[in-house]
Design a protein around this ligand. Structure first.
Ligand SMILES: [Zn+2]
Length: 330
């Protein structure tokens, strides 16, 4: 596993003296810039038997093979699991994984305290750290406070402000490098992504997120949703809510939020940042709307989005949001 081109300096800096790495790192930065892969590369490098000159894992030795299988005995990757209690499991199909549970963190405590047979010690990657709930965060804190020798914790976060200050203070914080527009474009092109320019704009310049967006089905659903938003007078909000609630609700909120943001910046600065394929529709609509009302609705929507994790009735929620949109733009 290699680092991304925009991470070269950081990689070199950390790996120039790998033995002096702090016992806990916190990699911070927006979603989709390759933080998780970087964390996994750091962990893999620790175990590889024949690392490359630049410190990267070779990818071929026994340790690398185990890592590749997700089965290295001294390595753990903690990521959110879907809640298992029954009423939540029913809507499981559309639910995203959300929390890192206390059970996962407790298992880690046992793992860290067992003595390792290998000199390379242990590595634990936690992604994303904001998925720790209060109980699991406190459990992790205990483990971080009593570092067992020769273990490396790498926490990855998209939203450091959601982490306990006590966790942050136990870690060496690293603001992860972001690619230049040229680097992001080059990488996406290499991936053969569809509509790279648009996806990169939608992702705010984050290439790995852009690659997720570059999916024909996703882009088509977005296109349909925005086509409905661009003509408020003809908008069939009941139908749109019904369709949306069965699909990815969070994506609808994201599209609506970026749409509003583009309406506002189009009106204020003549600029469209995200929806490059709807520029003229946005500009047409932007001159007609009441700016204050759109701004007000945008901030309400941001609040609703924060509570989006457990909507009781997604369809009803989307209906009311779409009605508010109509009120805001008409
Ligand atoms: Zn190797």
């Amino acid at each position: 596993m290699n680092h991304y081109s925009w991470q070269a300096d950081l990689w070199q800096r950390l790996m120039s003296q790998p033995e002096r790495l702090p016992h806990a790192l916190l990699l911070e930065g927006p979603r989709g810039i390759g933080k998780r892969d970087f964390a996994l590369s750091l962990a893999a490098a620790r175990f590889c038997e024949t690392p490359n000159k630049d410190g990267h894992a070779c990818g071929h030795c026994t340790a690398c093979h185990w890592i590749g299988q997700g089965a290295h005995p001294d390595m753990r990757l903690l990521e959110p699991v879907t809640p298992e209690n029954s009423d939540e499991a029913e809507e499981g199909a559309t639910r995203k994984k959300q929390e890192i549970t206390i059970a996962q963190v407790r298992a880690l405590g046992d793992f860290v305290n067992l003595s390792s047979h290998r000199a390379s010690g242990r590595a634990i990657v936690i992604h994303p750290a904001e998925a720790l709930n209060p109980a699991s965060a406190n459990a992790l804190l205990k483990t971080l406070e009593e570092p067992s020798p020769n273990s490396l914790f790498v926490l990855v976060t998209h939203q450091a402000n959601f982490l306990l200050p006590t966790i942050k203070s136990r870690c060496h914080r690293i603001s992860m490098p972001q690619p230049s527009a040229a680097q992001a474009h080059a990488w996406l092109a290499q991936q053969g992504a569809e509509q790279a320019e648009l996806c990169l704009a939608l992702a705010g310049g984050a290439p790995l997120l852009a690659r997720e967006y570059a999916d024909a089905q996703y882009l088509q659903a977005r296109q349909q949703f925005l086509s409905a938003l661009q003509k408020p007078k003809q908008l069939n909000w009941l139908l749109l809510a019904e369709q949306g609630a069965k699909a990815d609700l969070a994506a609808r909120f994201d599209w609506l939020q970026k749409w509003l943001s583009d309406l506002i910046t189009s009106r204020l600065a003549g600029k469209v940042r995200y929806n490059l394929d709807f520029v003229s529709s946005l500009q047409d609509l932007a001159v007609k709307v009441n700016l204050m009302r759109v701004q007000q609705f945008a901030s309400e929507l941001a609040q609703i989005k924060r509570r989006l994790k457990h909507p009781l009735n997604p369809q009803l929620l989307l209906e009311s949001v779409l009605l508010s949109y109509l009120a805001a733009v008409s």
